[in-house]
Design a protein around this ligand. Sequence first.
Ligand SMILES: NC(=O)C1=CN([C@@H]2O[C@H](COP(=O)(O)OP(=O)(O)OC[C@H]3O[C@@H](n4cnc5c(N)ncnc54)[C@H](O)[C@@H]3O)[C@@H](O)[C@H]2O)C=CC1
Ligand SMILES: CC(=O)[C@](C)(O)C(=O)O
Ligand SMILES: [Mg+2]
Ligand SMILES: [Mg+2]
Length: 349
Amino acid sequence: MAKLNFGGVEENVVTREEFPLSKAQEVLKNETIAVIGYGVQGPGQALNQRDNGINVIVGQRKNSKTWDKAIADGFVPGETLFEIEEALQRGTIICYLLSDAAQIELWPTVKKNLTPGKALYFSHGFGITFNEQTGIVPPADVDVFLVAPKGSGTSLRRMFLQGRGLNSSYAIYQDATGKAKERVIALGIAVGSGYLFETDFKKEVFSDLTGERGTLMGAIQGIFAAQYDVLRSKGHSPSEAFNETVEELTQSLMPLVAENGMDWMYANCSTTAQRGALDWWKKFRDATAPVFNELYESVATGQESKRSIDSNSKTDYREKLEVELKELRESEMWQAGKTVRSLRPENQK
Ligand SMILES: NC(=O)C1=CN([C@@H]2O[C@H](COP(=O)(O)OP(=O)(O)OC[C@H]3O[C@@H](n4cnc5c(N)ncnc54)[C@H](O)[C@@H]3O)[C@@H](O)[C@H]2O)C=CC1
Ligand SMILES: CC(=O)[C@](C)(O)C(=O)O
Ligand SMILES: [Mg+2]
Ligand SMILES: [Mg+2]
């Protein structure tokens, strides 16, 4: 555990230095990690664990697309790939990586197989925090914890293969065995986390639901669309509007922010741009703060979780999501983006 200063606030974090992979392997050496769900997080976490020498198996619905995906990834039916109930019986740590809505439906089967001393692992605080909506109340004699990668499972795997690591939060909800902390940290390292920071189930889900509806996915699409539409309404071409709204950000400026912070990115732009950005950013902050407060309230009161469960429990939830994703994809802005991406020199045939 390292104590680091985050903008004046001291936090305990876990780095690979004081909890190396060898220690994670030692902690987990007698465990069978059963990854239930092979959508986005499932593959990333299962493959990284396997590459890290952890005894991991996958539980999926037989002859489903994701069953076939697990086979294509090298999991072997009857050896490391099982139908869900058998994987639950074999697993000593159950990684519950179905979609949050699907976790509700399967919970009775999972609960039945949570025998004393096992552990129930999540990558989101959703099911436990909103258990009045989900019904997910674990038995008292099992460990319950989470490792929440702060990013897509696809990135978790890509970064692992590049020798990098996606940061994760971790939280312990129940420590029935007295070993919950070492189990959760070991798993955090085994799934390929960069560093681990501590949270609790409620803070993880409140922040995560806010972030994905806010700057990470929802607000960013909204601000892109607003600027693009204004530029187009003033007669700017799609190329000019898209490059000025998205392409320059993703290709040039965000990598500079990632490298060394916002002031570094500003300092690598013109002084004209710096003056303007420093004059305007607070205006955007003040205009959006009320929306973020409304969003957080909607998360904290369970409205967002209810909306997610109601929508994503319907049998045609994926088709419904695809209709709206198609609208995004076929919007002028993102159609212009498709052409802009194709014109990147590295994409030229
Ligand atoms: N997508 C991501 O990168 C991230 C996900 N998480 C969390 O990880 C967990 C898993 O998320 P994802 O991988 O995105 O899930 P997902 O939405 O991709 O679904 C995972 C699996 O659940 C299966 N599934 C769906 N409905 C089912 C049902 N009724 N019965 C049996 N299986 C069913 C799907 O076929 C899929 O294989 C969730 O708690 C999520 O909040 C956390 C961080 C990032
Ligand atoms: C990728 C991630 O961290 C999200 C946006 O919270 C999610 O996929 O739920
Ligand atoms: Mg997230
Ligand atoms: Mg999320």
